[in-house]
Design a protein around this ligand. Sequence first.
Ligand code: G4P
Length: 524
Amino acid sequence: MTSPHIVREIERRRTFAIISHPDAGKTTITEKLLLYGGAIQQAGSVTAREGMRHTTSDWMSIEQQRGISISSSALTFEYEGRHINLLDTPGHQDFSEDTYRTLTAADSALMVLDAARGVQAQTEKLFAVCRNRGIPILTFINKMDRPAVDPFELIEQVESTLGITAIPLTWPIGDGPDFKGVYDLQSKQVLVFERTARGKQRAPVQVAGLRDPELRQLVGPDLAAKLIQDVELIEGAMGEFDQNAFLKGELTPVFFGSAMNNFGVEHFLSRFVELAPPPGPVETNLGERDPEAPFAGFIFKLQANMSKAHRDRTAYMRVMSGHFERGMDVTHTRTGRKLRLSQAHTLFAQDREKVDDAYPGDIVGLVNPGVFQIGDVISLDGKLQLPSFPRFTPETFATISLRDVGKRKAFMKGLTQLTEEGVVQVFYPTDGARDPYLGAVGPLQFEVFQARLLEEYNVEVEMHVTSYELVRWLAGDTASVARFARHVEDDQGRPVMLFRSPYDLDYTQTQHPEIEFLPLPKDL
Ligand code: G4P
């Protein structure tokens, strides 16, 4: 029987990630969530972040400025008795596989939109990943203190672009310089916005009802009249919030606010802990794994050289069931090896803190002596596996060549470790050419790869983006497809072809109907 303690710990866990287009305010919201979660006393602007390396986590920049200890992969805080794990999804211009994989460890997601920009390209892609996983998504429309798109239009845009029902739980009163606050459609109270000195303190909130004569005074007669009209329209024309549809990922509750000014964030957080689900069952080869079952966890992210002081590799594990205890003996399903998890830590960047206990939904960093791969499962019973772990299909390809051939060994080590992490995918030409191709979802991944090779492995490389833009895996072994020029192999030795355009792909297929292309690996 599961101990009541474990049941309670599972029940109070909330593990989520923030998805947004760069600049929408993810870092600012994170900082404010920490402020309200009591992890920091005073939040400030995050200007020093500029000029930091892309690969450096946003958390680390906050940490450097605030001197607080936060994990570089999950940030943990308590709020109203809940234990919240906020996963770090890198906020690059480009996405990397890393971002997608991190989302496999989340039980819900917060989608942050810029009120002036609405749904942007990267939001759409990340949303699709969450949607495919069927996880519940909450929406925060940020920067209401700036001139914003009409809120009805924003709601409509979320629904039409993303294909999800959007139900506002709060409603903005004015925008830009006239932003006066939000109306909570459930408690039927107005939260009045007061500008603080760049949101350095927790913003005080005054409250009034919709029919209060005080409302006209607080927000002015025009905005009060407009609010009453808007609310009538919402209550008459929009559906009700439905918790089940939300949990199925079919409906998103929408909140409005201004993270920079601390406005709306605490209200969001207090609703989030009620709405967002605790860890649920995970699909495995042995059926659904209940979080109350004995200990099991899966690896969703690998990272090399986390800190200069500790040059090693870390595997991030999400606990999917049971109670994790440091020093416990587990079995690594893929290799059948027995492992003792003595080197577990959670909070580390400059310093590490040992983690003694963890529960479903928690993220634990394990020292990885090269044993772990993404998607690996460790458990007490030893037979558990995940059905498949997603790989993202690259859309841009570069050739890479070593400047100093004497560095070949370090280069190969860097290439192996960084591809393991999912920074890039590597393809080796089979036509005798020495230089491998790298594949990525976005070109920034190449820059990150190049910078990390130099900084962490002291290897300088030249890279040239090619005109290839499509990749297909071929049925059959390498020998049977050897007659096709232009084919390469992936890091598992599977034959692959690269194409310059969909036309190129079609043409090849028409010319060689005998080639059998495998279905693409399923994106999350
Ligand atoms: P990101 O992590 O999603 O990329 O966004 P980030 O929080 O870094 O915010 C991007 C910019 O938007 C920052 O300005 C930030 O201050 C600003 N911002 C965030 N929330 C709000 C808001 O509610 N209202 C307004 N007006 N601005 C907001 P920056 O100029 O790039 O940096 P900084 O100098 O302000 O730190």
